[in-house]
Ligand binder design. Structure first.
Ligand SMILES: [Zn+2]
Length: 229
């Protein structure tokens, strides 16, 4: 059971580039003091920003931009070597004040609504589970959202995205120097110094800090092994 769906159209969108389809799902937090602030900004022509949907803390889903259009949520971003992430993605904003205005856990009712909405999007567009991402995954140098309090494992348990479960196959020695290449194989920009920090924010938030450690490497190997990347 998810919350209400409300149409709240935004004028901030354009055509997708020729041949581009929605192959990535990018999750954000709104990072504004209130939901009302965020909704008004996402629909303000002067702000030049948008997303396809916003999910409020009570589970209400606001629809802003049709999925076949290019919404303006990711900015300068990169994944699997692909630029123009806006042209190739669906963007979902999730109401939370964010690190600037009082970052707090995402309520269960909100996460259930996010899961329900994302399951539909992923099915409609055939988006791979490994391509359900946070904004910080595609823009590690600029962005922290949806952040280390976001319940990625819970979302994976509800059928959206992935959560790594390392096995014996993922143990074994490792060195710092192999990490950029492993991150690059999964989809991160290997030349981006903060890619490991972004990986930890998503997949090992207990270790957030950007320093390599064994469990981070095991989780990365597990994702590569189970996805075949
Ligand atoms: Zn964002």
């Amino acid at each position: 059971m998810t919350g209400a769906r409300i149409d709240r159209s935004s004028p901030n969108h354009g055509p997708r580039p020729d041949g581009a389809r929605a192959e990535l799902l990018i999750l954000h937090y709104t990072g504004m003091p209130t939901a009302a602030h965020a909704l008004s900004r996402l629909c303000d022509p002067a702000a030049q920003v948008s997303a396809h949907y916003t999910v409020d803390e009570d589970g209400t889903v606001y629809a802003h931009v049709p999925e076949d259009r290019r919404a303006w949520h990711a900015g300068v971003s990169r994944w699997r070597g692909l630029g123009d992430v806006n042209g190739r993605s669906i963007g979902v904003e999730i109401v939370n004040p964010g690190h600037e205005f009082g970052y707090r856990p995402f309520p269960a009712v909100q996460m259930a609504a996010v899961a329900g909405l994302c399951r539909e999007i992923v099915a409609r567009h055939g988006i791979a589970a490994a391509d359900v991402l946070g904004h910080s995954d595609v823009a590690p140098a600029r962005k922290e959202d949806p952040g280390e309090l976001f319940d990625w494992p819970g979302l994976a348990a509800q059928g959206v995205g992935l959560w790594p479960t390392p096995s014996q196959d993922d143990a074994g020695p490792w060195s710092d120097s192999e990490i950029p290449a492993l991150l690059g194989r999964y989809g991160y920009d290997p030349a981006e110094p903060k890619a490991l920090l972004a990986f930890q924010r998503h997949f090992h938030p207990e270790k957030l800090g950007g320093a390599p450690d064994g469990e981070t490497v095991r989780r990365l190997r597990a994702l590569l092994r189970t996805t075949g990347r």
